[in-house]
Design a protein around this ligand. Structure first.
Ligand SMILES: C[S@@+](CC[C@H](N)C(=O)[O-])C[C@H]1O[C@@H](n2cnc3c(N)ncnc32)[C@H](O)[C@@H]1O
Length: 270
């Protein structure tokens, strides 16, 4: 599973989070249930118009793309992904187009979009700063870029060392196999500023493990899906994984999963 010299797109699609990996569809649906309400709160701050043209990059199972399509009934939403079969198999409104695209190599026409949104995508990609630059070119003057990616609180602060060890092992595994960089979330505002975007706002939503049924289901699904690769990597042992997951069954358990950092900024009217 090590990333080696495999091309970027193959590294993702054939890796732990590839859409053909057993359980990935369920994990992405849970991710949507967990994160869409927070993303909608962020997008409610963007002054969207019904005729906007939007791109949902790395759309996964398409929850946010469908929401954008409802908000822009007279416009058009393009949902892109490396692998579109989850998007193709769901019913969609007429103003929602699905396009199989690798964001590291494929561009939208310059100044063609009012809004570009990507959640939990750039963290997995090399040179995310360059992608922010390219996405900025796709925006019309006055258009908005909204980027969201997760990061983790320091493991040492957790009152549940077993649970924190498992989270850290998952973070390391994704770094080794997918090249995922969870420190990227903190660099998003600087990348947006360097791309010339203005009116930058930043917020974050904490995923609280042990406090919410959907979030617990999400994390359980992540851990179960990652177990074979975690064991093969030697990052953690099976009893350690079992002890960590068992916390999710204990009513008093509560710990931080990740912080989903959201940044929105606007391209200047020239
Ligand atoms: C962790 S999932 C997040 C899905 C969705 N954005 C969400 O938050 O619910 C990452 C998504 O990005 C897609 N992806 C990964 N690399 C990509 C690339 N280079 N170009 C386009 N999509 C990509 C994956 O196929 C996957 O659907």
């Amino acid at each position: 599973m090590l990333s080696g010299s495999r091309p970027m797109s193959t590294r993702y699609t054939e890796g732990l989070l590839g859409h053909r990996t057993y359980g990935e569809y369920d994990r992405l649906l849970l991710l949507e249930q967990m994160c869409d309400p927070g993303t909608i709160r962020v997008l409610e701050h963007v002054p969207m118009a019904p005729d906007w043209h939007c791109a949902e990059v790395g759309a996964g199972t398409g929850g946010m793309a469908r929401w954008l399509a409802e908000r822009c009934p007279d416009g058009q939403v393009t949902a892109t992904d490396l692998d579109t079969h989850f998007l193709d198999s769901a019913p969609r409104p007429g103003n929602l187009r699905v396009s199989q695209q690798d964001v590291t190599t494929t561009d939208f026409p310059t100044a063609s979009l009012d809004l570009v949104h990507a959640r939990a995508v750039l963290t997995h990609l090399p040179a995310p700063e360059q992608i922010v630059q390219r996405m900025t070119h796709w925006l019309k003057p006055g258009g908005w870029l909204v980027i969201e990616d997760p990061t983790y609180l320091p493991a040492e602060g957790s009152p549940y060392p077993d649970f924190a060890r498992l989270l850290t092992a998952c973070e390391k595994l994704l770094a080794q196999t997918n090249g995922t960089d969870s420190s990227w979330a903190r660099r998003i505002p600087a990348a947006m500023a360097a791309a010339g975007l203005t009116d930058l706002k930043m917020s974050a939503e904490l995923s609280a493990c042990g406090r919410d049924k959907t979030e617990d289901q999400y994390w359980r699904q992540c851990f179960i899906q990652a177990t074979p690769a975690l064991l093969a990597s030697g990052l953690i042992t099976e009893p350690q994984i079992r002890r960590a997951i068992s916390h999710l069954d204990q009513p008093a358990f509560s710990d931080a999963g990740w912080l989903m950092v959201s940044c929105r900024a606007r391209k200047n009217h020239q």
